[in-house]
Write a protein that binds this ligand. Structure first.
Ligand SMILES: [Zn+2]
Length: 284
């Protein structure tokens, strides 16, 4: 599944190719992939792209917004570029059997929304509807209001393990498994530490490292996890996986102390940490 940095890369790419373009056509091959009335978007110029967590918003001149959620296997193909879920020969012989939507633009570009498992969608929202829809989301990591104080305040709300609190989209929009694991490693905090026991100083460290590794990931074109679920727009794999500290590194030496990295399961997700650098607080 694409994480926040990958969706940010998609946003930057589409901004470059499609900003100020007019949508001239939409073919809906799978009705469930498009929610709304296509009459509302035909003839509309794209005036802005933005992103909240893993959700991409395309603002139209009329004020309506197209929200894109790629989910597990969603993929956008534009010319020779594949965004989101990678598949072999994705740019050839389009539309293909997983093509759900075809958007046409005034500059003759065609954007294919492909989705093997049909969990992804594109939906038309009014500004009010969108703010209601996104109300339950926590702040985006790149939001200026996402401060160490905000992070700390959110973590105080639950007794669940801090790793699970970081992944909760109601608390924070867009922190995925890779970034939760690696930021806790860098901050030297055990993933099972009770969230509300995290101190302000610890929250400052988590905040610092989250922002740092997210920025680094965007700069390097996103991450390709071992499931190869992310390919950069130019069809190569993202390079950020070479920077993973503990994520998917079970039994490999800790980059700091060489102790073998441990893997446990928390909330059904693979959780990686160094048992020496990341100790549980004694009172537990
Ligand atoms: Zn270590």
């Amino acid at each position: 599944m694409p994480e926040l940095p990958e969706v940010e890369v998609v946003k930057i790419f589409l901004e470059d190719k499609l900003l100020h373009q007019t949508i001239t056509g939409l073919e809906i091959l799978n009705p469930k992939s498009f929610i709304g009335d296509k009459k509302d978007i035909i003839g509309q110029k794209i005036v802005e792209f933005s992103r909240t967590g893993k959700q991409l918003s395309i603002y139209l001149k009329s004020g309506l917004i197209l929200l894109v959620h790629l989910k597990m296997t969603g993929q956008l193909v534009l010319g020779n570029f594949v965004l989101g879920h990678p598949t072999k020969d994705a740019t050839k012989n389009l539309p293909n059997k997983s093509t759900r939507l075809i958007f046409k633009f005034g500059n003759k570009l065609i954007l294919f929304f492909n989705d093997q498992r049909k969990f992804g969608w594109v939906k038309v929202f009014s500004p009010d509807e969108l703010s209601i829809f996104q109300k339950s989301l926590g702040l985006d990591i790149f939001d200026p209001q996402f401060t160490p104080g905000y992070l700390h305040q959110q973590l105080q709300k639950t007794s669940r393990p801090v790793k699970l609190a970081l992944l909760d989209q109601h608390f924070f929009a867009g922190i995925g498994n890779i970034y939760a694991n690696d930021s806790l490693f860098l901050a030297k905090i055990h993933p099972q530490t009770i969230s509300k026991n995290i101190t302000l100083l610890q929250a400052k460290k988590i905040h610092h490292f989250l922002i740092e590794i997210m920025r680094q990931s965007v700069l390097s074109g996103g991450s390709t996890a071992r499931d190869n679920k992310y390919v950069r727009p130019d069809n190569t794999f993202g390079q950020n996986q070479f920077f993973f500290r503990v994520y998917q590194r079970a039994r490999e030496p800790c980059p700091r102390c060489t102790t073998p990295i441990k893997r446990i399961s928390l909330g059904g997700r693979g959780t990686f940490y160094c048992p020496k650098c990341q100790k549980l607080p004694a009172k537990l």
